[in-house]
Design a protein around this ligand. Structure first.
Ligand code: GLY
Length: 378
């Protein structure tokens, strides 16, 4: 069933990927020495490291280099590799900012240094990725049983985004033979399954825990519309994050949870013509979308389709393809702009309908999965 659906769509997949490659191979040279993050309409790549003291430690800074590794693996074009390696070296400055580093070090290094090591065997890249894994593991609260988000006074806060960062920990255990990283990853995934994913498959962005017992004291809306709503990118982090945890651990409950979250996504996205609302419980007016949620969910749905028995595959794979096709009107494949996936949104009231670098990253990752890539960056 999986292969049949891919074959039916192969012309579209290959055509879209060829256009992406044409545009990105130009940008690989143009944006070699900057770390782009966002722009209102994607006209030009910005340089996020120039903005503020937080610039170099910003959570999205691994995505441009990570995208370059994806494209290098897919095409063998050395320009992509040179840019990825340049980006990785630029990111070394972030290791010097301990107080500003946070739970998102997986986004920053696992797809950059982790990808470099896995694709080229570079020992310096391995070292960087292990340093990042150590930083993430050190955020684990032993009595509460969770990885804390952010810094400062919020020691009891957890966020669903972290489900994407813990792939770094599974890798670190496999790489070093030290099972502690994996134990932390699974303890955190267990907490997220219990506390962030609701019975109906919707997802809470932030949980505030008692730091001694781990008990949930309250939930917060975070980047979504309101307390009790369902921020679509947060749902995407859960959908993709749980199937990744299943792939790395084999624990059945993680697959079941990924499917439950996917069912919530499918039910909601399908009534809107597969265009992902920014929050699945926001008002319908003004209508706000988040294209980044769509491409992240597509990645997770494709991985679920690969993990389930044949008679379940169509539901997940078709949902991924429907989403990617519905959003095609938001892809800019021209040479006039630097950005590709428009209509991304940072949060309910922040960077609404912008170009965001991670949208382009996950669009390429989803297409490469559909093309049969054997490289799983997470
Ligand atoms: N911190 C991850 C996000 O904004 O989705």
């Amino acid at each position: 069933m999986y292969d049949e659906i891919i074959a039916q769509n192969s012309e579209w997949i290959d055509g879209l990927f060829a256009k992406l490659d044409k545009k990105l191979s130009r940008l690989a040279v143009k944006s070699r020495n900057i770390i782009p993050f966002h722009s209102p309409d994607g006209t030009t790549h910005d340089n996020h490291t120039d903005d503020s003291p937080l610039g170099i430690t910003w959570w999205t800074n691994g995505f441009w280099g990570g995208l370059m590794w994806l494209m290098y693996h897919a095409t063998g074009n050395e320009e992509y590799k040179i840019t990825a390696q340049t980006q990785e070296k630029m990111m070394d400055k972030a290791f010097g900012q301990f107080d500003l580093l946070h739970h998102d070090v997986g986004f920053m290094w696992h797809i950059l240094s982790g990808a470099s090591y896995r694709l080229t065997g570079d020992r310096e890249s391995r070292n960087r990725n292990l340093l990042a894994a150590g930083l993430l593991a050190a955020r684990y609260n032993l009595s509460g049983g969770f990885i804390r988000a952010w810094n400062g006074d919020n020691a009891g806060w957890t966020i669903i985004d972290c489900m994407m960062n813990i792939s770094l920990l599974y890798w670190a255990s496999d790489e070093t033979g030290d099972s502690r990283y994996r134990q932390i990853a699974m303890a955190h995934a267990d907490m997220s399954m219990r506390d962030h994913v609701r019975a109906d498959g919707s997802v809470a962005h932030i949980c505030v825990h008692d730091i001694a017992t781990g008990e949930v004291l309250e939930t917060k809306s975070g980047q979504g519309y309101a307390v009790g709503s369902c921020w679509s990118r947060g749902l995407g982090w859960a959908l993709y994050g749980f199937i990744l945890s299943y792939i790395h651990s084999g624990k059945q409950e993680y697959l079941d949870t990924a499917k439950k979250v996917a069912h919530y996504y499918i039910a909601n996205a399908s009534v809107d013509g597969w265009l992902p609302r920014l929050d699945f419980r926001q008002p319908m007016d003004p209508m706000r979308y988040d294209a980044t949620a769509g491409v992240i969910c597509a990645c997770g749905l494709i991985e679920i389709a690969k993990a389930v028995p044949e008679n379940e595959q169509r539901l997940y794979l078709s949902a991924a393809i429907n989403t990617l096709k519905a959003m095609e009107k938001w892809y800019d494949l021209s040479d006039e702009k630097d950005g590709i996936l428009m209509m991304g949104s940072g949060a309910y009231n922040v960077e609404v309908h912008n170009w965001l670098v991670y949208g382009d990253y996950y669009l390429a990752e989803a297409l490469l999965k559909l093309k049969g890539s054997d490289f799983l960056p997470w």
